[in-house]
Ligand binder design. Structure first.
Ligand SMILES: Cc1cc2nc3c(=O)[nH]c(=O)nc-3n(C[C@H](O)[C@H](O)[C@H](O)COP(=O)(O)O)c2cc1C
Length: 159
C-alpha cells in the first residue's frame, strides 16, 4: 500500500508522530508550510483566530501528488477545537485526489474535538482510521501502543 503522511506542525508534536508513522508504514512525508508567521504569542493568537474563522492558509507548494497514493494520512494539531488552517486548506485543495484517508491529531488536553468531522466534511467521505494524542504524551514518548493500534487499523482495512 503506497502511503503518504501529510502534516502541519508549529511546535513539533505532530511532526514527531508523523515521522514515526512514516517510518512504521514505509510512507512518504509531506510537511505543510505556511507563509504566515505563527511564532510567538502573536503567532499563537492569530493562529487561534484563523482557525475559528476558518481562514484559508497560504501554503508553500507541496512536492507530492496525493493522487499517486493508495492512502493519505493527514496530521494536524488541534487549534481552537478543530483542524489548523494549513490542513484545512490542503484538504480543500486536494480532497478530490485522495482515494482513502486516515487522520491523526495532537492536542493540549481537549481531545480531537471537531477535527474528524471537519476533515470528513472537506474530504466528502469517511475516515479509514483516527488517532488523537495528547502533546505531553508525545513529548514523553508514551504513544507506542496507540500508534501501533492506528497502524494496525490502516493496514487491516481493505482498499
Ligand atoms: C492556536 C492554538 C490553538 C490551540 N487550541 C487547542 C484546543 O482547542 N484544544 C487543545 O486541546 N489544544 C489546543 N492547542 C494545543 C495544540 O493542539 C497542541 O499543543 C499540539 O500538540 C501542538 O502541535 P504541534 O507541536 O505539532 O504544533 C492549541 C494550540 C495553538 C497553537
Amino acid at each position: 500500500m503506497k502511503t503518504l503522511v501529510v502534516f502541519y506542525s508549529r511546535t513539533g508534536h505532530t511532526r514527531s508522530v508523523a515521522q514515526r508513522l512514516a517510518s512504521r508504514l514505509n510512507a512518504d512525508l509531506e510537511e505543510l508550510k505556511e507563509r504566515a508567521d505563527r511564532t510567538g504569542v502573536f503567532g499563537f493568537l492569530k493562529g487561534g483566530r484563523d482557525a475559528i474563522q476558518k481562514r484559508p492558509a497560504v501554503l508553500y507548494p507541496v512536492r507530492k501528488n496525493p493522487a499517486d497514493y493508495d492512502m493519505v494520512i493527514i496530521g494536524s494539531p488541534i487549534w481552537a477545537f478543530t483542524i489548523c488552517p494549513a490542513v484545512r486548506t490542503y484538504l480543500s485543495n486536494h480532497a478530490s485526489s485522495i482515494k482513502r484517508m486516515a487522520s491523526f491529531c495532537t492536542h493540549g488536553g481537549g481531545g480531537p474535538s471537531k477535527s474528524y468531522t471537519e476533515a470528513e466534511k472537506l474530504l466528502g467521505k469517511p475516515l479509514a482510521a483516527t488517532l488523537a494524542l495528547r502533546d505531553k504524551a508525545v513529548k514523553r514518548g508514551e504513544c507506542d501502543a496507540a500508534i501501533t493500534a492506528f497502524v494496525g487499523t490502516i493496514t487491516a482495512t481493505p482498499a
